[in-house]
Design a protein around this ligand. Structure first.
Ligand SMILES: Nc1ncnc2c1ncn2[C@@H]1O[C@H](COP(=O)(O)OP(=O)(O)O)[C@@H](O)[C@H]1O
Ligand SMILES: [Mg+2]
Length: 688
């Protein structure tokens, strides 16, 4: 077995030496979707930006309209001279004090820090509103200390704060607008991203399917089919998250984290440091959790694969299981894997159940810290209430991306592993490689020649040994010999399902390696012992999509090989759709159908490998006529174990242990009294 086949079996974890080129190759498949990816990124940026804006709307609503506070400072304070912008916003508030907006101080930390002796916070209203009891009046303004605010008559408040209510309404509209932009950009981001990734997956699935189709039969003998199916379905699905996670979501999470961080630092860096004190705990717990969950998931996957294995064997072997009364044993076997799956699933649930609450706890603790320390700042006049509110929301925006990034890393790893498996499979060389410049033969005469051919499936176990022969165009030969002699293998070489290890297989004097597979197989029709019926209608099974095979031609072919008898008995005749693998037909009926298929395709070369082994002697006798007719004008190779069916061939090869030990016509070989003679006598005596 060549090394390359082991590689793509690599199990679900990706190895340390991951080849970065897989990502590049994946991006190569995604590249045609550039436009959608760029659009997705633009919409994503927009939706993130709107998300970052919303807390600021809360903040403005609270600070400007709900608690528009002013801080008192001494009117002779040196800061007023030092900072002209401060004196610009200052409102005279008595003989020895001025009032400046608290939000202004918050925005200009250096000014705020230079004023140590800040006074109380006040609301400022127009003099006309003065209720005569609370606060004091100065220079056309009514000053209400923060503490007395609650005592003012509510009816009066509503009246004098009309402007604030209008402001709030404006903020509400702005909020709605931002919300709408957010929702729309989020929708379009998801839509464009999904279009890009679905199209990429489509292209990858096609590429993988086409590649698998071209691979030699030997790969499919060696590789469990389920595994190949998984590559084309699940693994492509997994690799897809590479685009959505790597290219987009991680970027979004990182952007959200950094954006929020910058904003909270801007609002109040000390408070930021305090609140970030909980982040290391979040990070550590997330990492620990991820390690545990990865182990649990790996176990889950492993057991699931085992369950799938047990099920597949159960269903495909149901006949044997029932006939040997294996149900109880199989049930016990299933109960065992089922129990371990249950246990692993439970572990998973526990992990998830513990992790979420712990992280929440830490986050809430962080929020509590913010309220405590931020609250003190608010009381000190270093922070407005609105900023504190906004800060709490931004803190959430800081924590969420951390958790998301951890999930994304897990996803990224599994998509990297999938990409490795997919691309190694895409890289598997076709063992029957196609020639770069196939020789064009045009209309071949149908001459087959073997020149000193050696062949083995497994190194060291030679199946064909130095086989040489030539079949003239239009002649027919039969190959006889014991089971395992290499008859089917010889035919495999003619159709180039495999390549000879040594020597040459020639069709019309051209090595089959120099033919394009498509051209080569166009001229060969083959009927095997175990034939394959597609889950299509009978007619489609005969024509196989060849437009030159009309319905009439198909029916005529079926009649020639006596397949019409059973077909006509089917409820829908030639339109009857077959079950998977033709499960509802008998083995003999399937063979007849394949005879019709071979005949309808009118090949230059006809190959029958124990093709009549499943039909009864009477039917065999019937189709023998058809075969005789079929052979006229075509080169034919017939493997048969009933020697009575091969009287009419031009030459008979006796194959034994990979060597042609005798050849000649029936009469010659009988006269020779060698291996063929013995074989014949054996069958002849048994028949009687
Ligand atoms: N796909 C395969 N992989 C490995 N060994 C094989 C394969 N197919 C057939 N063989 C072996 O090759 C030998 C010849 O098989 P085959 O040509 O099918 O014999 P027969 O003459 O009965 O048609 C047998 O020993 C068989 O076990
Ligand atoms: Mg065989």
């Amino acid at each position: 077995m060549s090394h390359s086949h082991k590689d793509f079996d690599a199990e679900d974890q990706f190895k340390s030496g991951f080849d970065i080129s897989y990502i590049r190759r994946f991006l190569g498949y995604a590249a045609p979707q550039k436009l959608y990816i760029i659009l997705a990124l633009v919409f994503l940026a927009l939706s993130s930006a709107t998300q970052l804006i919303t807390p600021n709307i809360y903040r403005k609503s609270i600070d400007n309209y709900l608690v528009p506070l002013y801080t008192f400072i001494p009117s002779d304070h040196e800061a007023l001279e030092k900072y002209p912008e401060l004196s610009k916003v200052a409102i005279p508030a008595g003989e020895d004090a001025v009032a400046v907006p608290t939000s202004f101080l918050e925005k200009n930390k250096d000014i705020s820090d230079s004023i140590k002796d800040k006074g109380e916070n006040h609301y400022i209203f127009k003099l006309e509103s003065y209720d005569g009891t609370h606060g004091f009046v100065y220079g056309g303004n009514w000053f209400v200390p923060d503490k007395e605010f609650a005592d003012i008559d509510p009816a009066l408040l509503t009246k004098i704060r009309g402007a604030d209510i209008t402001g709030l309404k404006r903020m509400f509209c702005l909020f709605l607008l931002v919300l709408a932009v957010h929702a729309l950009s989020d929708y379009f981001h998801r839509l464009t991203l999904e279009i890009a990734s679905q199209r990429t997956m489509y292209a990858l699935r096609m590429a993988l399917f086409e590649h698998l189709q071209s691979l030699s039969v030997s790969l499919f003998n060696r590789t469990p089919i389920g595994k190949l199916v998984t590559r084309v379905t699940n693994d492509i699905e997994a690799i897809n998250s590479m685009l959505s996670t790597v290219a987009v979501q991680m970027l979004a999470s990182a952007g959200m984290f950094i954006g929020s961080l910058i904003i909270v630092l801007y609002i109040n860096w000390k408070l930021t440091l305090v609140s970030l004190a909980v982040l290391p705990f979040c990070v550590v717990i997330t990492i620990v959790f991820r390690l545990i969950v990865r182990k649990v998931h790996r176990e889950l996957r492993r057991i699931l694969a085992k369950i799938n294995g047990v099920l597949t064997e159960e269903f495909s072997g149901i006949k044997m299981i029932q006939s040997f009364n294996q149900q109880k044993r199989r049930r016990e076997e299933f109960a065992e894997v089922n129990a371990s799956y249950y246990k692993a699933g439970f572990k998973n649930v526990i992990c998830m159940g513990v992790f979420g609450p712990i992280l929440d706890l830490i986050r809430h603790f962080g929020t509590a810290l913010i309220i405590l320390y931020g609250g003190i700042c608010v009381l000190d006049g270093d922070l407005t209430l609105g900023s504190l509110m906004a800060f709490i929301t931004y803190f959430g925006h800081l924590c969420n991306p951390l958790m998301q990034i951890s999930n994304q890393i897990t996803q990224l790893q599994s998509s990297l592993a999938a990409s490795e498996r997919i691309f190694t499979l895409l890289d598997t060389k076709n063992e029957v490689a196609q020639p770069k410049l196939p020789v064009i033969v045009g209309d071949p005469k149908g001459e087959i020649e073997f020149k000193n051919v050696d062949f083995s499936y497994i190194e060291g176990e030679q199946v064909l040994k130095d086989v040489s022969f030539r079949i003239e165009p239009g002649k027919s030969i039969a190959i006889v010999g014991p089971t395992g002699a290499g008859k089917s293998s010889l035919i495999n070489l003619v159709c180039r399902f495999y390549d000879a290890n040594k020597g040459e297989v020639l069709l019309d004097g051209v090595n089959v390696k120099d033919w394009s597979n498509e051209e080569l197989r166009k001229h060969i029709s083959i009927v095997l012992q175990g034939t394959f019926v597609f889950s299509r209608s009978i007619y489609e099974n005969i024509a196989l999509g060849d437009p030159t095979i009309t319905r009439e031609k198909a029916i005529k072919a079926a009649e020639t090989v006596c397949a019409n008898q059973f077909i006509e008995k089917l409820p829908h005749g030639y339109d009857e759709v077959m079950a998977e693998r033709g499960a509802t037909l008998s083995a003999g009926e399937k063979q007849l159908l394949c005879f019709a298929r071979a005949l309808a395709h009118d090949p230059r070369i006809l190959i029958l490998d124990e093709a009549t082994s499943n039909v009864d002697p009477a039917t065999e006798h019937l189709i023998q006529d058809a075969i005789d007719k079929l052979m006229i004008g075509r080169t034919s190779m017939i493997v048969a174990h009933r020697l009575s069916t091969i009287h009419k061939v031009d030459e008979i090869f006796v194959l034994d242990d990979g060597k042609i030990i005798e050849r000649g016509s029936h009469a010659e070989l009988m006269a020779k009294k060698g291996a063929y003679y013995d074989l014949y006598l054996l069958q002849f005596s048994r028949r009687i």
